[in-house]
Design a binder for this molecule. Structure first.
Ligand SMILES: [Zn+2]
Length: 144
């Protein structure tokens, strides 16, 4: 078993095929504190899952939104002084502000230095650009 974190975050219930996408997204290869990455762990809920423990890392709401786009329904636990201070399932927010890019090359957000703004439709996992109206699947969307 891996050592308990003194301070940091645990991302749990990661689909096994998304684990390394998240490692990339969080740039954990450049991270200098202790990181534990585990995959294909047994899980009652999911059969197999991935898990990441990151020492001294506390996510911003923007980072949490990015995680939710890549991987809905992962569990985030925040630990301070060996105690769990927060535990939640990450769900997609109703809007994504400056988290993802519009796929429409002529959209104003791709041509002016400005924030993107998307409304999220959870049931179909699509995002609609508030400026040009283009809808995109969250499974192919590019993070900003
Ligand atoms: Zn757009």
């Amino acid at each position: 078993m891996v050592a308990a974190l003194e301070n940091g975050s645990v991302i749990d219930h990661i689909p096994t095929d998304k684990l390394f996408t998240i490692v990339q997204l969080l740039q954990l290869d450049k991270f200098n504190n202790e990181v534990i990455i585990a995959n294909n762990l047994g899980s009652k809920v999911m059969n197999r899952k991935g898990l990441i423990k990151i020492s001294e890392k506390f996510f911003t709401e923007d980072e949490i939104s990015q995680l939710a786009v890549v991987c809905p329904k992962i569990k985030l636990t925040v630990i301070r002084n060996y105690k769990v201070v927060e535990k939640r399932e990450i769900n997609l927010p109703e809007t994504l502000i400056n988290i993802v890019k519009c796929a429409n090359p002529v959209c104003i957000t791709n041509n002016e230095p400005m924030h993107t703004y998307f409304n999220i439709h959870n049931a179909t996992r699509t995002a609609k650009c508030r400026y040009c109206g283009k809808e995109q699947s969250l499974d192919n969307i590019k993070l900003k």
